[in-house]
Design a protein around this ligand. Structure first.
Ligand code: SF4
Length: 216
């Protein structure tokens, strides 16, 4: 790592440590881990082999290989991205995520003052982040940190949603132009917006922050 990379990393760590502190003030468990391997080790140590695990529709989770890791270890996983599922099975998998022992997901954005912001098309991911699973673990790269709520929504609608529209081959304006026009398309991936201000009171909720970009 050269001198300039070191400064970039130091800056990212300084920011995410202050976000972690603000999340703790909001009753979340929050930690900074420095590498993808450290996240995988943490997940392996925290989740028991007999526990059920739901995965949110999250590029971060797949980039980290957590679906492969836990499936390979024998955990029962509810993963609606499994290409072998029929549309009906995909829907029932989304429902089963709501009652999993642990739900692992990314987040579209977190504000510097510690609010967790997401936009969904179907809503299973944001529903599971609020109530149902006994535990939620959200893994968040430094690219998801937003200045405030307006910046968080802007980031989601002009970065995450266009990329997710492209990933899902959705016929939305942002998939064509890369920018949000606040469409009312039937294909819109922006139908439900959630802001989690404080830890939902019946859910153990851990946020893992990393000083690297992850997910969309
Ligand atoms: S509202 Fe429509 S155009 Fe805007 S980001 Fe969402 S899907 Fe794309």
């Amino acid at each position: 790592m050269n001198h300039y990379d070191e400064i970039r990393t130091r800056h990212e760590i300084t920011i995410i440590e202050s976000v972690a502190e603000n999340l703790r003030k909001r009753d979340f468990e929050a930690m900074v881990l420095n590498s993808n391997d450290a996240v995988r080790q943490y997940i392996e140590s925290e989740i028991q082999p007999d526990q059920t695990v739901g995965f949110g529709g999250s590029v971060t989770v797949r980039e980290l290989g957590l679906d492969t890791l836990l499936r390979g270890r024998g955990n029962t996983v509810f993963d609606h991205w499994d290409a072998n599922l029929s549309p009906e099975e995909r829907l029932s998998t989304r429902r089963r995520q709501l009652d999993a022992d642990c739900f692992i997901t990314g987040s579209n954005a977190i504000t510097r003052d510690g609010r967790i912001v997401n936009i969904d098309g179907i809503g299973n991911r944001v529903a599971a982040m609020i109530f149902g699973p006994r535990r939620v673990i959200a893994i968040v790269g430094a690219n998801k940190i937003a200045r405030d709520l307006d910046d968080a929504i802007w980031r989601i609608k002009n970065i995450a949603s266009p990329r997710n529209s492209m990933r899902l081959s959705m016929d939305t304006p942002c998939a064509r132009t890369g920018a949000c026009v606040e469409c009312s398309s039937r294909s819109s991936v922006c139908r439900v917006t959630t802001i989690i201000d404080y830890r939902p009171s019946e859910t153990k909720f851990t946020v893992i922050l990393l000083p690297v970009p992850l997910g969309f």
